[in-house]
Every structure is written in C-alpha cells, then in structure tokens.
Design a protein around this ligand. Structure first.
Ligand SMILES: [Zn+2]
Ligand SMILES: [Zn+2]
Ligand SMILES: [Zn+2]
Length: 151
C-alpha cells in the first residue's frame, strides 16, 4: 500500500497519532486519538456535527470543540468553510507547526454533495494587498462536481 493512500486504521497509524500528540505536547487521550483516526481515514474534510455523530456518546461537544481548536492551533488540522459556511476540518501536511500553517492550498467543494477536498498540489497564488494592510490568510475554493457526483 502506498503511503499516501488512506485506508483502514492500522497499528502503525495509532503509533504515529500518539507521536503526533506528544510532539505537540498534547496528552494522549482516547478522544484525541479517535478524532485523528476518523479524520485521517476520510479523503474529504469533516464537520464538527459529522464528527460528533461518528464519535458517539464517548465524547461530548465541549471536549470535541476543544480538541479541534487545539489541533488547529498546533498545525495538526486546518479549517475550511464549506458552501453553507459550516467549518470542516482536514489534516495538515507535516510542514505545519504551531501558529504557522504552511500548507495553504486550494479546496475543491462539491456543489452537489458538499464534500470539501484538499487539493494539496495546487497552492494559492501570491496575493498582494494594499500598503498598510496585513494579510493573515487567503482561502480559495474551486466549486464543481466531485468524482462521485460526476459519474
Ligand atoms: Zn496546516
Ligand atoms: Zn459530490
Ligand atoms: Zn486542505
């Protein structure tokens, strides 16, 4: 199996998730591991309500909210807004670190099923802002039909 393929969670993944948490000085907890597991098994971004459903009763909303916020801050996940303005989350590349997301790329949003897919190969063009403006982030979405809705 190629490294970039996303398949069922294996023991290796669990070890790397634990390492990822430790590297980021986050305590290894079951809910944190579950969130990483769920998000990396998906090939599209996932919203908080979807995550909540998949986690079930084991993780309450406040805990999940905190997990997502800390993962975003640490550069483990990045947030993308879908067509309805709902925040969805996807895993970051290894280049991201605390307070610095280095993996800015275009996102493809399906107008039919609302899937948000990272187009990691396509980086965002340099944006020049007027003098005295400070750029913090740029979001570029490509909207269309995903492969599943296209067929
Ligand atoms: Zn990132
Ligand atoms: Zn679709
Ligand atoms: Zn992305």
């Amino acid at each position: 199996m190629k490294e970039d393929q996303k398949g069922p969670v294996e023991a290796n993944d669990l070890v790397s998730f634990k390492n990822l948490l430790r590297e980021n000085k986050l305590k290894v907890t079951q809910p944190r591991l579950r969130v990483l597991e769920i998000i990396s098994a998906k090939d599209s971004a996932i919203s908080q309500p979807e995550l909540e459903k998949l986690l079930g009763k084991e993780t309450d909303r406040v805990t999940l909210y905190r997990i997502l916020a800390s993962f975003e801050e640490k550069g483990i996940l990045h947030k993308v807004f879908d067509l309805h303005g709902t925040a969805t989350y996807a895993t970051c590349s290894h280049h991201c670190s605390e307070h610095k997301h280095e993996d800015q790329h275009i996102h493809f949003i399906c107008s039919s099923c609302n899937s948000v897919i990272c187009l990691e190969e396509i980086s965002i063009p340099n944006i020049r802002v007027p003098k005295n403006f400070a750029l913090q982030s740029v979001a570029v979405n490509a909207v269309g039909l995903c492969d599943k809705c296209q067929s």
